[in-house]
Each structure stands twice: as structure tokens, then as C-alpha cells.
Design a protein around this ligand. Structure first.
Ligand code: HEM
Length: 392
């Protein structure tokens, strides 16, 4: 009884300290808001759906099925008759509608964050950044159509996945796990290397995504039609003449331009394709390096072990899908799945990085889960933490 009274007094004192000291109030523990978190989670799912739809549009070469923008065949986009949603038009139009929904959700999230996250203004700015990104992304998609330039498609594809990563950041910082403190034996120094490796992995993945997007939008996906060989050889052709001979010898299904004329693959298509294949080795190596760097501490970091296991599993799936893209002659559903899993993979690597950095941040400020702590310890830790702005 005496103990409980003491605890209540400590809590009272703690609140009192925060109220009488405005600067400590600024750095108070973030409040978990289930509704806001649920909405952020819904945004993550909506963006995932949009990535899948966008991937389908590219795989089915439906990017130009609706030739105008922001109208749809001269109709207001939201009033376009359902009876006309057919074939490629269906995919491109639903992609546009879904993207409008995602944009609308970004507006709500941004306003919500400005209203609620008064103690974490960086979150409100993150919401603003997301809104700006989604607007740029929409305009890029539109320019890709009006300018009929596939290069905008590459930027649009990459920015879409970057947007996904930042929505994951917003969602993670609103979740309950953000408030989880590491066990007392977690050493911030031990997390320095995994955090470094995590950044490198994200860079490696970004390069792989860019190579993949460039390949998809330039039509270089089948510029090497076999795997693991290159036109039956262990090395790719090194001159246009060699490539032309190899194409004839292997009876490759050549590309056609919009007039129906045959367009042979150029050497740069093959180089792009080869770079993507070889870079997959860099991805594998860096995933394994990250796992190795985390090996010693992962058992004491439950928030990391599950996503790391999932990432290892996804790596296998992604490699298999990459090979299947080639063996099936770029089956549209397989190509979309490869692009989609690539996005989930990048998202997972982002989540792991966010969680590692959060844990390192807390451990750096010695904010640990205090299972055996006395109320006195709890109080001193909280005040110390709020004084340094640690639990942002
Ligand atoms: C873990 C490693 C890999 C990652 C993260 C990855 C990621 C990606 C991504 C994200 C795209 C689509 C980009 C976009 O459209 O926005 C792509 C396209 C592609 N990837 Fe990979 N990839 C990997 C490994 C491989 C491997 C090993 C192969 C071949 C064996 C491969 C073959 C392809 C092909 C052919 C395309 C173009 C598909 C098309 O034209 O529709 N990928 N990759």
C-alpha cells in the first residue's frame, strides 16, 4: 500500500515536472493514437495497392491506353463512364483513380499530423513532405502520358517506391513499437555497424530498383532472353554486331515500335540488363552482411528479428521471380510480381533501418526498458530523457 502511494506520488511529480517546465513538455513521450496509426497503416496498404496497379499498367503496356491527362478521353476523370473501362483503359484508369485516393489520404494524414503532433513537428513536416511527393508523383505520371516519354516512367516508378518508404516511416513513428525501449543490455555501440550496413543496403537496393525501372520502361527486360547464360554464352555480347548475330541465331522475339517496324535491341539494353543481374549479387551480399552485423544482438531485439527473417525469405522469392521473368518470356503477372516484391523488399529494409536507428537512439540516451527499476529510477530516467529530448 505504502509502495503504491509512493508510485502515485512519483507519477504526480513526473507530470508536475513536465507541466512546470515547458521545454521538457516539448520533448515528452509521444502519445500513441490508435486511430491515427490505423490511418497511417491504411495509407501503407493503399500505396502497396497502387504500386501493384502501377506495375500492372507497365507489364500490360497500358501506360498510354488513356492518351490524355488530367482528363480521361475528354471526360472529367471521376465521371468517366464505367462501360468504357475495358482492356488497357481499365488498368490505366483504375491506376489514376486509386492514385487520387492515395493523394486524398496524404492530405488527411498531413492535416492530422499538424493537428496532433505538436511535440514532434518533424512528423508534421514529414506529412507535408509526403503531400508534396504525392503531388509531384501525380504530375510526373501525367507528363509521362502527355509527353509520351518513357523516361518519365522511370522517375515515376522510382519515386513511387520512395514515397512508399516515407509512408512506412510515418507509420512506424506512430506505432506502439516506437515506444518500445530496448533491454538494459543493448549497447548503442553494437548497433552502429548494423545501422551503417542498413544504409548501404538501402543504397544498393535503390540502384537495383533504378536499373530494374530503366529496364522495364526501355523494354530491355528480354534483351538477354536466357538465364543464367547470355545468348548461350557465359559473357554478354560486347559489340552490336555480336548482338545482332546472337539475336538471329537465337530467334529472339524482337521489339516493334509503334508503327509495327522491327526494333532490334541495342547493346546498351543488354548492358542495362546485365548490370541488373550482376547487381543482384551485390543485393545478396549486403543482405547477408547486415544479418551478420546483427547476429550477436538480434536475439535481444525482438522488433528486428521478425522483419530480418522476412527479408531473407523475400530475397529468395525475389531472385526466383527475377529468373522466372526471363524463363516465361516476361509473363505480365510474373513481371508485376517481381516489381511488387521488389517494392515490399525495399519497404522491409526501410522498416529494419528505422527500427535499428530508433533502438540506437534510445540506447544512446540510456532509455531502457526498466523491468526491475524502482519508481525513483523511472522518474529520473523520464526526466533525464525529456531533458535531452530523447524520446522524440
Ligand atoms: C534481389 C534482387 C533483385 C531486386 C531487388 C530486383 C528488383 C527489381 C525491380 C524493383 C524491378 C522493376 C522496377 C520497376 O519497374 O519499377 C525489376 C525488374 C526486372 N528484374 Fe529484377 N530484381 C532483382 C533480381 C533480379 C534477377 C536475379 C533477375 C534475373 C535473373 C531480374 C530480372 C529482372 C527483369 C528482367 C526485370 C524487368 C521486367 C520487365 O521488363 O517487366 N531481377 N527488378
Amino acid at each position: 500500500m505504502h509502495g503504491r502511494l509512493k508510485t502515485l506520488r512519483q507519477i504526480y511529480l513526473m507530470n508536475d515536472t513536465q507541466q512546470s517546465n515547458p521545454s521538457s513538455h516539448t520533448h515528452a513521450m509521444p502519445v500513441y493514437r490508435p486511430l491515427l496509426y490505423g490511418f497511417a497503416m491504411l495509407s501503407v496498404i493503399a500505396v502497396l495497392g497502387l504500386l501493384a496497379l502501377g506495375g500492372t499498367v507497365t507489364s500490360k503496356t497500358a501506360g498510354m491506353a488513356v492518351p490524355d491527362w488530367p482528363q480521361t478521353f475528354d471526360y472529367n476523370m471521376f465521371l468517366f463512364p464505367i462501360s468504357m473501362w475495358k482492356g488497357g483503359v481499365f488498368w490505366e484508369h483504375t491506376h489514376r483513380l486509386w492514385a487520387s485516393g492515395v493523394g486524398f489520404m496524404a492530405i488527411i494524414l498531413c492535416v492530422w499530423l499538424w493537428i496532433t503532433e505538436k511535440n514532434r513537428r518533424w512528423m508534421s513536416w514529414l506529412g507535408t513532405g509526403l503531400l508534396v511527393m504525392v503531388i509531384i508523383q501525380g504530375i510526373l505520371g501525367g507528363i509521362r502520358v502527355t509527353e509520351i516519354d518513357w523516361r518519365f516512367g522511370i522517375v515515376h516508378g522510382i519515386l513511387g517506391q520512395l514515397y512508399f518508404c516515407f509512408v512506412i516511416l510515418a507509420c512506424a513513428a506512430l506505432g506502439k513499437r516506437w515506444l518500445d525501449k530496448p533491454a538494459a543490455d543493448v549497447d548503442a555501440g553494437k548497433l552502429a555497424k548494423p545501422v551503417r550496413m542498413g544504409w548501404i543496403l538501402l543504397g544498393v537496393l535503390l540502384v537495383q530498383l533504378s536499373l530494374g525501372a530503366a529496364m522495364r520502361h526501355s523494354g530491355a527486360g528480354l534483351s538477354v532472353p536466357d538465364f543464367p547464360t547470355f545468348y548461350g554464352s557465359l559473357v554478354p555480347p560486347t559489340s552490336q554486331q555480336q548482338l545482332d548475330d546472337a539475336i538471329i541465331e537465337h530467334e529472339v522475339d524482337v521489339q516493334h515500335d509503334k508503327n509495327g517496324d522491327v526494333v532490334h535491341f541495342k547493346l546498351w539494353h543488354v548492358y542495362l540488363h546485365t548490370a541488373h543481374r550482376l547487381w543482384a549479387i551485390a543485393v545478396i551480399v549486403h543482405v547477408l552482411l547486415l544479418v551478420k552485423a546483427l547476429k550477436d544482438s538480434i536475439s535481444s531485439l525482438p522488433n528486428l528479428s521478425r522483419p530480418v527473417m522476412a527479408m531473407l525469405g523475400l530475397l529468395l522469392v525475389q531472385l526466383t521471380l527475377g529468373m522466372l521473368v526471363i524463363w516465361t518470356g516476361k509473363h505480365p503477372e510474373i513481371s508485376t510480381a517481381h516489381q511488387f516484391v521488389g517494392a515490399v523488399f525495399l519497404g522491409l529494409a526501410t522498416l529494419i533501418q528505422i527500427r535499428m536507428m530508433r533502438l540506437r537512439y534510445l540506447a544512446n540516451h540510456q532509455i531502457y526498458a526498466d523491468t526491475a527499476a524502482t519508481p525513483r529510477d523511472t522518474l529520473s530516467q523520464s526526466v533525464q530523457a525529456s531533458g535531452t529530448g530523447a524520446i522524440a
